[in-house]
Design a protein around this ligand. Structure first.
Ligand SMILES: Cc1ncc(COP(=O)(O)O)c(C=O)c1O
Length: 366
């Protein structure tokens, strides 16, 4: 056997949400009957304009993609209220941008701070670059970022601090004042992950002009309905963005992902409809889940809800398995560092899907 990189040998695999096909095959279910509420996608589906754009562009698939990305960069800049020089695009979604951040900033032994529980891909990716995770915390059940734990975790080796708002999986936002406190306390890059900002209707773009060490991470996978096309973006200081562009994969934004993302981000009607549907669904699910005595659900500003199921007497593994047998996929949160065996995360569905889920859940927990 060849000699494998030590970090890779010791790496814990990333555990993604499960797909409809996988569950249909495993449980012998009809894929059309499965409800997917496990990966925080857009229940409305893809923008019809994106589908048309992909069909049209598919004739050019034999050509390499454009690398200048001018049109998409400019569309993202105007959607976000920044200039094009502040934008970087990623072709494996926001996850690619995380990898680009690792390449740009991390040398073996450098530290990055992650308040837990939060998105697990930060740790997975940066470890590959030799980064060492230092954990801060979200206080539960209050569901607020413990700012002191972040400040206490800063050392001279800190290169990146991740602040996810709304936080995945807890759904809460981080106050702007708290973000500023952290920005002022460090030279490290503060990555404010706004993958779900549209559902909360707040963002931190206004801080970009004041803080050179702020980087905002976003994605086309959620409200923009393109999780399967893999497009993400980051907003930051133009000089820093230039360094990131040096290391990013040259052709990772395919022809199809470029046209699809331009079409989606310009489809104002689709974005509005998606936001309304997702928020309605979130509020419906919150109300219904809150009324079940064995369930504790957290308020959320995103398109998912974190649910504490310990009073059902079931572990998340058992409950999510029972739901799967009934054709409902939710996220078993065991793989989130900082959560124990009693949490699931439920993404918004269509109202019809939500109702089916609630009925099935009630049947299972009795
Ligand atoms: C908080 C957060 N950040 C980033 C991402 C990555 O998104 P993408 O699909 O663009 O890679 C996700 C995906 O679930 C997420 O939840």
């Amino acid at each position: 056997m060849v000699k494998i990189n030590k970090v890779v040998k010791e790496l814990d695999p990333y555990i993604p949400g499960r797909s409809i096909k996988e569950i249909a095959d495993e449980y012998g279910l009809n894929p059309d009957k499965i409800i997917k509420m496990g990966s925080n996608e857009n229940p409305l589906g893809t923008s019809p304009r994106a589908v048309d754009a992909i069909n049209e562009e598919s004739k050019s698939m034999y050509r390499y993609p454009e690398v200048g990305l001018k049109e998409l960069t400019s569309a993202v800049a105007s959607y976000s209220g920044v200039s094009s020089s502040q934008v970087i695009l990623g072709g494996d979604g926001a996850d690619e941008i995380l990898d680009d951040l690792g390449k740009t900033l991390i040398e073996p032994g450098d530290e990055f701070i992650v308040p837990i529980p939060s998105y697990m891909y930060y740790e997975f990716t940066l470890k590959i670059h030799g980064g060492i995770p230092v954990y801060a915390r979200w206080d539960l059940p209050e569901n607020i970022l413990n700012v002191k734990s972040v400040l206490d975790a800063i050392t001279p080796r800190t290169r990146i601090i991740f602040l996810c708002t709304p936080n995945n999986p807890t759904g809460a936002i981080i106050n702007k004042e708290d973000i500023e406190t952290i920005l002022k306390s460090t030279d490290a890059l503060v990555v404010v992950d706004e993958a779900y900002f549209e559902f909360s209707k707040v963002n931190n773009v206004d801080l970009l002009s004041q803080y050179d060490n702020l980087f905002i991470l976003r994605t086309f996978s959620k409200i923009l309905g393109l999780a399967g096309m893999r497009i993400g973006y980051g907003l930051g200081n133009p000089e820093f963005i230039e360094y990131m562009k040096r290391v990013k994969p040259v052709f990772s934004l395919t022809r199809l992902s470029q046209v699809a993302s331009i079409a989606s981000i310009n489809d104002v009607e689709y974005i509005e409809k998606s936001t309304t549907l997702s928020i309605e669904s979130r509020e419906y699910l919150y109300k219904e889940l809150s009324s079940i005595p064995q369930i504790d659900v957290f308020e959320s500003k995103a398109n998912y809800l974190l649910v504490d199921i310990r009073k059902t007497g079931m572990k998340s593994r058992t409950l999510s398995e029972e739901l799967l047998k009934n054709g409902v996929i939710v996220r078993d949160c065991r793989s989130f560092r900082g959560l124990d065996d009693y949490w699931i995360r439920v993404s918004v569905g269509t109202l019809e899907e939500d109702k089916r889920f609630i009925n099935i859940l009630k049947e299972i927990i009795g």
